[in-house]
Write a protein that binds this ligand. Structure first.
Ligand code: KG4
Ligand code: ZN
Length: 348
């Protein structure tokens, strides 16, 4: 069974084709991505209307590219999957509309997928795929959550951010440091040249006794330092970047370890854009090795938004018998959609 996946929830258009046979982990045949970062850069962030229009321009050429790379025709597609939410409403509507139009034209069923479930399952496409059950640390631009994952569609929320997401903390701090948008990767690169102990920054909720996160105070602390440094900021930028990254990563690592301890599980899966962060990977690897915990990450190219994770999540939900793809081609999107709300009944 070949599943075409379309991702359009934010500022990347992603299309991919996976091949799924029975209960085996689906195989990625090809994927293609167009990032809108350059287009939004001038505005310092994502402009939703521009995002939607660009998805419209990109999605079909990307689909053609994927099919050509996979050596397939449109008629070989068995199911068309798309991101149903959460995300920007207009951007989601493009993917949903195109998926349903393709499905109707090809007389193939379609399936709407939860974006975070895509991230969560994305490590199954890596060479070192995980096994259930595991603790998942979902760290993206919009979400920071710890989940207990028993199987496909069986997600229990253990803790989440009460304000900014980890990716937002990276992006907002990077903006304060004058590093542009999206700042996470840029801040991380600069941090490699800095002293991570140069500035004392807060580790919010580190000792809260629960598994929740808070990053808004960190951004304020970075702003205070930037104001204090004034004209001397350029000379200290790398140190402040390194200190900021260290604060975010320390909280993510300690809370992940606490979640593993509380759940008694020995397997951790890291997913979402911030999962590409080198320091996070290095510190998690070291801490987990000491505790006999296995850590799994998506391939670096599949950490940030992509169509492969959407095709994969659709294929895994279908294989698990959680739902059936639909042929009514009536779609709605869910800009706000907590992951622990999805169940076979709700999304069917
Ligand atoms: O998962 P994602 O592509 O989009 C959402 O679903 O939100 O995550 C994007 C986030 C952005 O905040 C970006 O700055 C962050 O992931 N990010 C990073 C790195 N690469 C991407 N943050 C820190 N270090 C990185 N290397
Ligand atoms: Zn994402």
């Amino acid at each position: 069974m070949k599943v075409l996946g379309i991702e359009s929830s934010c500022d990347e258009t992603g299309v991919a084709l996976v091949d799924a046979t029975g209960a085996a982990t689906p195989r990625l045949l090809a994927h293609a991505l167009h990032s809108q970062v350059a287009m939004h850069q001038a505005y310092g962030g994502v402009v939703p209307e521009l995002a939607s229009r660009d998805h419209i321009r990109r999605v079909l050429p990307l689909a053609q590219q994927v099919l050509a790379e996979a050596g397939c025709e449109l008629s070989h597609v068995d199911v068309v999957a798309y991101t149903r939410g959460p995300g920007l409403a207009g951007a989601l509507l493009v993917g949903a509309g195109v998926a349903c139009a393709l499905g109707a034209a090809l007389q193939r069923p379609v399936l709407g997928v939860h974006h975070l479930e895509g991230h969560l399952l994305s490590p199954f496409l890596s060479a070192d795929a995980p096994q259930f059950p595991f603790v998942a640390l979902l760290v993206s631009g919009g979400h920071t959550q710890l989940m207990r994952v028993e199987g496909v569609g069986r997600y229990e929320l253990l803790g989440e951010t009460i304000d900014d997401a980890a990716g937002e903390a990276f992006d907002k701090s990077a903006k304060l440091l004058g590093l542009g948008y999206p700042g996470g990767p840029a801040l991380s690169r600069l941090a490699q040249q800095g002293d991570d102990a140069a500035f004392k920054l807060p580790r919010p909720l580190l000792h809260s006794g629960n598994l929740d996160f808070s990053f808004a105070g960190l951004k304020t602390a970075v702003l205070t330092q930037v104001n204090k440094l004034g004209d001397t900021l350029p000379a200290r930028r790398a140190d402040l970047a390194a200190s900021t990254e260290a604060a975010i990563v320390e909280v993510l690592v300690k809370k992940s370890l606490a979640a593993l301890q509380a759940s008694g599980l020995k397997r951790l899966v890291v997913a979402g854009g911030v999962g590409a962060n080198r320091r996070l990977r290095a510190e998690l690897d070291a801490a987990c090795e000491r505790r006999g915990v296995r850590v799994h990450y998506p391939e670096l190219s599949l950490c940030t938004d992509n169509g492969a994770m959407i095709a994969l999540a659709a294929a895994m939900r279908l294989a698990a018998g959680l739902e059936q793809a639909r042929r009514d081609y009536a779609f709605d999107v869910k800009p706000r959609w907590p992951l622990d709300e999805i169940s076979s009944a709700e999304s069917a």
